[in-house]
Design a binder for this molecule. Sequence first.
Ligand code: C5P
Length: 235
Amino acid sequence: MPTSAPHRVPSPESRIPVLTIDGPSGSGKGTVARLVAAELGWHLLDSGVLYRAVGLLALERDIAMTDIQALADLARDLPIRFEPTADGVSVRLEGRIRDHDLRTEEAGTTASQVAAIPEVRDALLDRQRAFAQAPGLVADGRDMGTVVFPHAAYKVFLTASVQERAQRRHKQLMAKGVVTILSGLLEEIRERDARDSARAVAPLKAADDAVCIDSTALPVEQVVAIVLERVRQRG
Ligand code: C5P
């Protein structure tokens, strides 16, 4: 009989400081994560991009949403590369920069469909955990604090009312010259929230040890300041 407990390999995230920022679409977590990572000089993981990339390539390759094996294989061998730029990170998919295509509402909706498949989520786990590199990582998504980095030193859950989130998205799209109807966006966001929260695996929810911030009435700079203060307070 062994006399001591078996040796446990430390999970990568336990040695590297990780800040997780989870929340629904449009809560501002992407912007907050980018600004906080720049301020701390830490790496950045926008995990939604991985699901968007799987969804986009599945559409382009005509892979049916019911073909679990093909979707999981695609997720495992995702031909994606992240390249640092002056104001964040650019995404190269199959060798081509695809930032714009990945940001469309269609890519978001397809992402949320493939994200409900446990085999796809599983296939993306190691890739996400590999982002935990010195000096630290800011990771944003839906399950960063609950599933991917459960031992993260700092966890934030960012929310905002659905009306405010739809308005923010509407403004963003108008600024890019994309004409959209606010009520349609509101409906899409509601549907995506429902799918993300109701799925059986890694649903959108705050980790028990996350700090919840409601950004409905807060400018992004103030949210960034609150998050940075939390990280610096705890050292
Ligand atoms: O954050 P973003 O809007 O880019 O995410 C797109 C979709 O990817 C989400 O609606 C969600 O279904 C899925 N996602 C996820 N888990 C994550 C990040 C994103 O399920 N960690």
